[in-house]
Structure formats: structure tokens, C-alpha cells
Design a protein around this ligand. Structure first.
Ligand SMILES: CC(C)(COP(=O)(O)OP(=O)(O)OC[C@H]1O[C@@H](n2cnc3c(N)ncnc32)[C@H](O)[C@@H]1OP(=O)(O)O)[C@@H](O)C(=O)NCCC(=O)NCCS
Length: 434
């Protein structure tokens, strides 16, 4: 397996660099933490190291050092496709290098060979109450697969620590190969009256998902889902899903346990679920006007809305202080493929009008849009209109990042995490003694 060899060949160097840092500078102080940060969700405090991705406040995400436009430009794609293969993105995250077309196709081939989902997983999903949220179904499907973990079996037999990552990689390829099948099954069970479609071996991972939800002929949608999965793959290791998954994995819980846990975090409305909220908000805004509003009409609507004390979904970010490049990438796709879509026109108009109003209000640290301000609109245009499902799409993409972090955490021998907590009394005493 190519990806295995590429990781293997880099490990000695990575391990040496980290050992050098720890031995020569182990007591170097990276940061301090304030009382406000302790009570404020540890916001902004460096608590982990990851070389897979980094979010710069003024530039946005870099995956393995590459910005979103660079990634879209540099990753290989199939003939006739506008957006690169997701297999190439996985190679980049895992193997830390821009893949050739052959590298990307090798990952796609691995996925093709490993994508069979055991029937018991579908049985579990079928037996859930009809109103079960798709994210619950998605997380449960991943967890149901845990009995397939090669790492868990090998660990029980006795495994050297230096070999842990090899079986994490095996599990990661097996799990990620099955995600489009699982996602499509959930969509078809809930929203397409159980019309299931088998994967097509001639299609890549992204296009296959589209095919399995009945959009096999829509080549533009194939490109959109590839773009969606790539853009949602990773966003540094401090966000809720990445952090949760990493923490669970640090106890040597296998990739299935770790990813299911991460997906549960993604299901929260302050995290991944925000994408369904955004579309709901946009549709309400659209319904308030018979036609596309004029700028003054929209500005008045937005100001009145903010005066009610509610947040406008899709705007603001905990780290970013620029327009999220993942928003921009989708905006560009939309300008090319759906310039006349009424909802897309509205999204573009909100982008023109809202930031100055939010900035004038003086509260938000970042008045600009994040990825969620547009991704539902794109899905809606191609007929995927069930908002409840949008976070599963996010989860399919995000699991690519979660598994990459998991493999590298084991490869670099990261230990179990155990931060320390204090009591309020202790803090009061520390403060009064200072
Ligand atoms: C993303 C988000 C959770 C970041 O939170 P944060 O880091 O606490 O944001 P800020 O520090 O800029 O918030 C400062 C103030 O601005 C307000 N604010 C932030 N984003 C806002 C928005 N989109 N609309 C209106 N008010 C907003 C906050 O509610 C807060 O008000 P308060 O002081 O009265 O509590 C926040 O911007 C938000 O709720 N956005 C909308 C939901 C969303 O898009 N989520 C997806 C994130 S990827």
C-alpha cells in the first residue's frame, strides 16, 4: 500500500525532530493561561501540536501547508472533472505530500476494494425510530463497525507500540472507504423511501456518493460533493470534533470509537449542525420578500433582525478574522454554475450587505462569513433539500481529517491526554495571594 510506505519513510525524521525538541527545549514555555481562558472554553490556548492542518486567523486553513486555492489547483483530478479527487486529498493529509494522479487513484482503488458495509450495520439503522436524526444514525453506523477493528484485534494479541499506527491506518482506510455508502444509505432510508443504489466501481469516492443518492448523471453535482468533502476535511485539531476524536484515541480506543465520538461533537448546533441552521435562516429571509430584495430593503431586514438579539448563522468565527476561504471556494463554484439561482443571488447579496452592519454593531470579532453561510445553498440548488442531512455530509468529509490525525498521533507515539483541573476556591486563593 503506497500510503503506508510514504508514511513509513518519514517517520524516523519526524520522531527525531520531536525527540530533539523535547530533550533540548522540554521546559521552554509556549504559553500561559488566564482565569478568563480557563472559564472561557480554553479559547486560544495552544494545547496540542498537529502538522496536518493549521488555521491562520488572517489567511484561513492550510492543509499540510497548502491554502484552499492551492489545494484545488494542485490536487489531481479525473479527465473532465473540475474538482480534484478526494483520494488525492486523503493522500495529502496522510502522506504529507501533493499526490500524483496515480497516488490519488491508488487511494481511490483502496477505497473501492474496502467499501462493503456489513448487513448488520444497515439492520441497526433500519431498526431505529423513524425520527432519529441522521447524525445519530451516522455515528451509530461508525460505532457498529467497531467490531471490525483490526487494531483492536491485534492489540489484544499483543502489539508493539511502534506498530500501532499501521493498524490505525488499516482501520482508517476501511472506515473511510465505507462512509459514502453509509451516508447514502441513511439519506435513501430517510428521504428517498428506501430506494438504495449500489456503488459503481467506475466512479471515484465523491462521485459514488452522488451516484448512490440518485445523482449519478449529474456531473456538476459530482464536482460539488468532491469540493464539499475536501473543504470540510479538516480545520486544525482544536475544534470540538477533532479534539474529541483525538482525546478518545489517546486512550488507544480504536479509530471507530474515536471517529464516532468526534461525530457526536460535530452534531452540536454550535459546531457542525450550524449548516442546517444557516439554510433555514436564508429560506426565512427569502420568504420575507416576493423578489430579490434591494440593498436598502435587505439592510433594514438585517438590522431589524440583529436588534432582536439573535445571531445570524454563517457569520463570525472563533479563530478566523477574514472571509473563510471555504466560503469563497463555494462562492466561486456558485458564480460559475448557478449565477441565476435565486437563493445563490440572495447569499451573494447578504455577503455584500451584512459585514458592514455587523461591524458597525461593534460586538462581533469577525463580521465575515464562514463556510456554513453558503454550503446548504449549494446542496439545495442540486436538489438535496433535507437540511437535517447536511451535517452528515460535513461528517463524511471531516472523518478524513479525524482519521489522519489518529494515524499520525499513534505514529508519533502521542500519550494519553490528561489535563489538570482546578477548583474555583483554588483560583480565588491564587488570585488573592498574587
Ligand atoms: C461562530 C461563533 C460561534 C463564534 O463565537 P465567538 O467566538 O464567541 O464570537 P465573537 O467573540 O465574535 O462574539 C462576540 C459577540 O458577537 C455576537 N455575534 C457573533 N457572531 C454573530 C453573528 N453571526 N450574528 C450576530 N451576532 C454575533 C456574539 O453573540 C457575541 O455577543 P455577546 O457579547 O452579546 O454574547 C459566532 O460568531 C456565531 O454564533 N456565529 C453564528 C453561528 C455560526 O455561523 N456557526 C458556525 C461556526 S463555523
Amino acid at each position: 500500500m503506497e500510503i503506508f510506505d510514504r508514511i513509513s519513510s518519514q517517520l524516523v525524521d519526524w520522531r527525531e525532530r520531536i525527540t530533539r525538541l523535547k530533550e533540548n527545549h522540554g521546559s521552554f514555555k509556549v504559553s500561559e493561561i488566564t482565569v478568563e481562558q480557563l472559564y472561557g472554553g480554553i479559547r486560544g490556548v495552544p494545547t496540542s501540536v498537529s502538522d496536518i492542518s493549521y488555521v491562520d486567523a488572517h489567511e484561513g486553513i492550510r492543509l499540510r501547508g497548502y491554502t484552499i486555492p492551492e489545494i484545488i489547483n494542485l490536487l489531481p483530478r479525473m479527465d473532465g472533472a473540475e474538482i480534484p479527487l478526494v483520494g488525492g486529498l486523503y493522500h495529502l493529509l496522510m502522506a504529507n505530500e501533493i499526490p500524483t494522479l496515480k497516488d490519488a487513484l491508488d487511494v481511490e482503488k483502496e477505497w473501492q476494494q474496502r467499501n462493503r458495509v456489513p448487513d448488520y450495520v444497515f439492520d441497526v439503522l433500519r431498526r431505529l425510530p423513524a425520527d432519529t436524526h441522521p447524525m445519530t444514525m451516522f455515528s451509530m453506523a461508525i460505532l457498529a463497525l467497531q467490531s471490525e477493528s483490526v487494531f483492536a484485534k491485534r492489540y489484544a494479541e499483543g502489539l508493539a507500540k511502534s506498530d500501532f499506527w499501521k493498524y490505525y491506518l488499516e482501520d482508517s482506510l476501511n472506515l473511510t472507504a465505507r462512509l459514502p455508502v453509509i451516508g447514502a444509505f441513511i439519506y435513501n432510508l430517510k428521504f428517498r423511501q428506501g430506494q438504495f443504489i449500489s456503488p459503481d466501481p467506475s466512479l471515484d469516492w465523491g462521485a459514488n456518493f452522488a451516484h448512490m443518492i440518485g445523482k449519478g448523471e449529474d456531473k456538476e453535482y459530482h464536482d460539488l460533493v468532491r469540493l464539499f468533502f475536501i473543504l470540510h476535511s479538516d480545520h486544525e485539531s482544536g475544534n470540538v470534533s477533532a479534539h474529541t476524536s483525538h482525546l478518545v484515541g489517546s486512550a488507544l480506543s480504536d479509530v471507530y470509537y474515536a471517529c464516532s465520538a468526534g461525530i457526536n461533537g460535530l452534531a452540536g448546533p454550535l459546531h457542525g449542525l450550524a449548516n442546517q441552521e444557516c439554510l433555514k435562516w436564508l429560506l426565512e429571509l427569502q420568504a420575507a420578500f416576493p423578489d430579490l430584495p434591494t440593498r436598502p430593503q435587505l439592510e433594514k431586514y438585517l438590522s431589524n433582525y440583529l436588534d432582536t438579539g439573535r445571531v445570524i448563522p454563517g457569520y463570525g468565527h472563533a479563530v478566523l478574522r477574514v472571509t473563510d476561504p471555504r466560503f469563497t471556494a463555494q462562492l466561486e463554484f456558485g458564480k460559475q454554475h448557478m449565477p441565476d439561482d435565486e437563493l445563490f443571488k440572495l447569499v451573494s447579496l447578504v455577503y455584500e450587505c451584512l459585514p458592514p452592519i455587523l461591524a458597525k454593531q461593534g460586538k462581533v470579532k469577525n463580521p465575515l462569513p464562514n463556510v456554513d453561510a453558503i454550503n446548504g445553498t449549494m446542496q439545495f440548488h442540486y436538489g438535496v433539500r433535507e437540511f437535517e442531512f447536511y451535517t452528515v455530509l460535513f461528517g463524511i468529509g471531516r472523518t478524513l481529517g479525524l482519521t489522519s490525525h489518529a494515524v499520525w498521533a499513534r505514529a508519533l507515539g502521542k500519550p494519553i491526554e490528561r489535563p489538570k483541573s482546578l477548583t474555583t476556591r483554588m483560583l480565588e486563593e491564587m488570585v488573592s495571594a498574587s
